[in-house]
Design a binder for this molecule. Sequence first.
Ligand code: AMP
Length: 497
Amino acid sequence: MIVGIDLGTSNSLVAFINREGKAEIIINERGSRLTPSVVYFKNEQEVMVGELARSQLILKADRTISSIKRQMGTNYQVEIGERGYTPPEISGLILRKLLQYAQEYLEQEITAAVVTVPAYFNDNQRQATLLAGEMAGIKILKLLNEPTAAALAYGVNREKKENILVLDIGGGTFDITLMEYQDEVCQVLCIGGSSQLGGLDFDKQLVKHILETFKMSNGIDLSADPIALQQIHINAEKAKVDLSSVNECSVLVPYITMGTQGPVHLNQTLRREEFNHICSYLFKEISELIEQTFTRAGVSKEWVEAVVLAGGASRMPGFKDLVKQLFPGVELRVEINPDEVVALGAALEGGMLSGELSHIETHDVTGHTLGVEDNQGEFVSLIPANTPYPISESRLFTTVNDFQEEVIIHILQQDELGDAGEGINVSLGKFHLENIQKAKAGEPSIDVTFTIDENGILNVSALDIETGTQKEIQITETGYVDGNKIPARRGRDLIIL
Ligand code: AMP
């Protein structure tokens, strides 16, 4: 049995293919389908995952970790007591818990899974997810892009050709995917979105508003009180969720602080219109990201025949209204619970890999332009964004100095152009190719090959054609050149041939 896992920012789910050949969500020990992606370290030996951990967020904030998905692929470490934990370690604990649920429910050992990742996840983030699987003791057979999983959940048994737009907005990420579904082939054309925009940003905006309103009416600033802040955060999220089904709700936290006259309560009323107004810049950002993706894909919005919504935050009426406004008259597919659609799609992929279900081909595309840095510090592209993968591309380079003994190959990812028109380069790693042909500048031929496998993982190899010296790496080093997290050293002495 190969299970499907949606390892989400806020919640995670595990699903499998039942006897009828249908994808089904596994219920956890508390009878819930969603397991909060929260980990609480009670002590060195005792770790809790899920709802029990989430209830520690207020009083044991220093030992409780949430939203770790946002840190995947970075050098971030969480310090708990004496020890630092990496994002893959924390995600590994969540995965292990989900596996435990699956094994108990299915009464069999589970050793393999399909795990979903945002389409926009880069190489570092994908590597970190694979590492989390290793730490949980599970073989991740496929990293499936979340929007592709959502399309699979809707698309199985659909015969007719369709142009689909998948909008997947979860706790921390927003993925936009344009795809064509025809003859059992799901072909992604273009992806866009942001790995730093999701439901959490709406919560933060609401927290800011609640703090300001509280300060205005009580003259007390709660922003430096971690326990009060955590309570406001939890209640802000609840209010946001409530406002998806009612027009007005209240945010109530009794005894939130002590004033000069005694205990002070937080009691505010929020209306949906007010929420939409407070978060208007986020809706604007969503709209701009969608427009940008269509511009990049070179198709008009009329191309879309159906919109599939996924991710818990797609339930916000403001989000649905925006989609209807951008795509008037287009069918909105919302029949499958948006919290579950990705996990269900992952289980279907698992069923296809194990041979239980007939195969549907999925072809994904790269989310970022990948290349190397030349001797001038300029970005040289090898694989442009939105290239279907698996793929392999090579380019020849040479030296700039006479009798150079090595070249440093600095692998970069170039993200969307910023407002000023500049590309944002992210360092994915670098390696040295030593013992190259000792010759005059411009004579050696160095072949650099980028290969992206079916999981979206990048492998880079370099070959000095004359001496046969070759080196191959899977990128593991992380850091940002422009953010200067790691020193921005030049891809020294390397120019394009
Ligand atoms: P996911 O990562 O797909 O589990 O989505 C989690 C995000 O969806 C969180 O930010 C939740 O607060 C948000 N969410 C879940 N249900 C709703 C709802 N009914 N209305 C608005 N946001 C929701």
